[in-house]
Design a protein around this ligand. Structure first.
Ligand code: 6GU
Length: 236
């Protein structure tokens, strides 16, 4: 997979080098290229924002640098990429979204700042590829950079070969629509807290039943919204 990121803060993405995804890149599974939006701003001050038509607070990102950046990246792709614009006004990014996007060959993340990007940029991007506005949840970040990092990590670790043990991907939170069961390791007694005895029993059937029970109990307590979703696949 090839991922391009357009941002006014390219150095934000330097940490990708040192993470799990750095190794994915070294193995040729994932390439991330980060571009400075200001490289496509051609006035003396490399301006990327302006005041909003209709008035209001804050600044809006100008369409021209975005248009030039997306044109150049789409031309280089040689196929129609999927453009992802992080936005608190987007559709919710979930594990299912990450799975779907992990099969794409070209993703382009457009990181907005200020009060947003001129709306016409999304219409133009739609002439070059698929466009998705994606939100991480119901809270507001200052810009798309942190959200893009989170989405790249969620998507990248689902590319076959990126995570060493594929079984660890199957058993984790959200893959089966439930929260993950609790985990323990040695010692069996620690500061007066003990490991649930069933896990020391060697009875694999009882362990599997206990873990499923814990998943349901935690999900009911912490995320009842996951159980009431009629589209869930858990049969609960
Ligand atoms: Cl994707 N972007 C911004 N700016 N804020 C957010 C978000 C995204 N998701 C939740 N809050």
């Amino acid at each position: 997979m090839r991922i391009d990121v357009v941002t006014i803060f390219p150095s934000f993405f330097d940490v990708l080098e040192v993470s799990l995804l750095g190794r994915a890149r070294d193995r040729g599974l994932l390439e991330v290229r980060v571009h400075d939006l200001r490289d496509w701003a051609h006035d003396r001050h490399r301006t990327v924002d302006d005041t909003p038509y209709g008035g209001g607070a804050g600044m809006v990102m100008k369409p021209e640098p975005w248009g030039a950046a997306l044109d150049a990246i789409a031309a280089d792709a040689g196929e129609r990429p999927t453009f992802i614009f992080p936005s608190p006004a987007g559709e919710l990014f979930t594990q299912a979204t990450a799975r779907e996007l992990s099969t794409a060959s070209r993703l382009v993340f457009g990181c907005g700042r200020y009060e947003g990007i001129d709306e016409r940029v999304f219409a133009h991007a739609a002439t070059l590829g698929d466009v998705r506005l994606m939100s991480l949840g119901d809270y507001v970040l200052n810009g798309g950079e942190v959200a893009t990092m989170a989405m790249i990590e969620a998507i990248g670790r689902l590319i076959p070969g990126v995570v060493g043990n594929p079984a660890s991907l199957v058993e984790e939170s959200h893959e089966d629509g439930l929260l993950e069961y609790p985990s323990y390791t040695k010692p069996a007694q620690w500061r007066g807290h003990e490991v649930p005895p069933v896990l020391l029993s060697g009875n694999h059937g009882a362990i599997a039943a206990w873990r499923r029970d814990q998943q349901l109990e935690r999900t009911r307590a912490r995320r009842p919204d996951l159980l009431s979703d009629p589209s869930d696949s858990t049969g609960t």
